[in-house]
Design a binder for this molecule. Structure first.
Ligand SMILES: NC(=O)c1ccc[n+]([C@@H]2O[C@H](COP(=O)([O-])OP(=O)(O)OC[C@H]3O[C@@H](n4cnc5c(N)ncnc54)[C@H](OP(=O)(O)O)[C@@H]3O)[C@@H](O)[C@H]2O)c1
Length: 281
């Protein structure tokens, strides 16, 4: 019988996950279908119970449900406990197990696309929302030395630092005011600059960082995946190595795919389908 997986979000219509997951199922000849489910926050509990009732194999979870869904799961992975958010559910013999593959996706893109190992490195991180939590967790686990965090409302960055301080071990945090984001000295001390804000999703969004501060040895990672952002364009123009969030998205999807199917994900097929889906939007 055909197996169902999908995505809980609100809204979900914009998501390209169905396209690249279904392309992967087709490539491997698996009798699976991936469906988007628009779940209003007030219906989240019922919808999650529905995964069991309908014998759905698994679910991705996106905004605004990544944290709110936690009480409705039977078990969560160690990553979920430390990040505090779920993006993948697996219905394992009637028990719902929560995972977080965003951190895995981020790390594989860092490794594969930028050849960057965070160990001992200094990171300049913009943003303190959902993705910033997965990114910070991944950087701590890979023994980054220092993370400088900048977010518009101070409290969000403070909460993020408070959340991770107990597991940070050798990694130190520095909180910098948003008005100081173009501080040349701070940027020049970093090995990589990561944009984990949603700035860049809109075609008119400017780069949060002035282009003249993007100097030769700095790597750039932008989690925004729906277009080449002004930050990425400026970095490339100045000859820097820079990567957007599409490969991170595909790789987090590939990790979910492997949890659900037990098969190695066809990454190139997924990537191609994701690129085509964005080009046709
Ligand atoms: N590549 C991937 O795999 C992947 C996965 C998930 C999400 N994403 C992308 O990552 C981005 C962030 O998602 P999220 O889930 O972290 O969202 P979120 O929880 O809503 O956080 C958004 C972040 O962006 C900041 N921000 C928004 N507008 C800003 C502005 N005008 N100036 C400065 N900061 C601003 C927010 O700070 P404020 O408090 O100032 O608003 C916050 O830090 C989105 O573009 C999303 O599509 C990528």
């Amino acid at each position: 019988m055909r197996k169902i997986v999908g995505l809980f979000g609100y809204p979900v219509a914009h998501s390209i996950s169905p396209v690249f997951h279904n392309a992967a199922f087709k490539k491997l000849n698996l009798d699976f279908t991936y469906l988007p489910f628009s779940v209003r926050p007030k219906d989240l509990k019922k919808a999650t119970e529905g995964i069991k009732a309908l014998n759905i194999v698994g679910m991705n979870v996106t905004i605004p449900h990544k944290t709110e869904i936690l009480p409705y799961l039977d078990k969560v992975s160690p990553e979920v406990k430390e990040i505090g958010a779920v993006n993948t559910i697996f219905n394992k013999n009637g028990k719902l197990v929560g995972y977080n593959t965003d951190a895995i996706g981020f790390l594989s893109s860092l490794r594969e696309d930028l050849k960057f190992n965070p160990e001992g490195k200094s990171i300049f991180l913009l943003g303190a929302g959902g993705v910033a939590y997965a990114v910070t967790y991944a950087l701590i686990k890979k023994k980054a030395r220092k993370i400088t965090i900048i977010n518009k409302p101070h409290q969000m960055a403070e909460s993020l630092i408070k959340h991770f301080k107990k597991i940070a071990k050798g990694c130190t945090f520095k909180l910098v005011d948003f008005s100081q984001r173009n501080n040349q000295k701070l940027i020049s001390q970093a090995d990589i600059l990561i944009n984990a804000t949603s700035v860049g999703m809109n075609p008119k969004d400017p780069s949060l960082i002035k282009k003249e501060l993007l100097s030769r040895n700095l790597l750039i990672f932008d989690v925004v995946y729906n277009r080449e952002t002004a930050l990425i364009k400026a970095a490339k123009k100045r000859g820097l190595e820079a990567i957007g969030g599409l490969n991170m998205l595909v790789r987090q999807g590939a990790a979910s795919f492997e949890i659900w199917t037990g098969k190695k994900a066809p990454i190139e097929t997924m990537k191609e389908a994701a690129e085509n889906a964005l080009a046709n939007k």
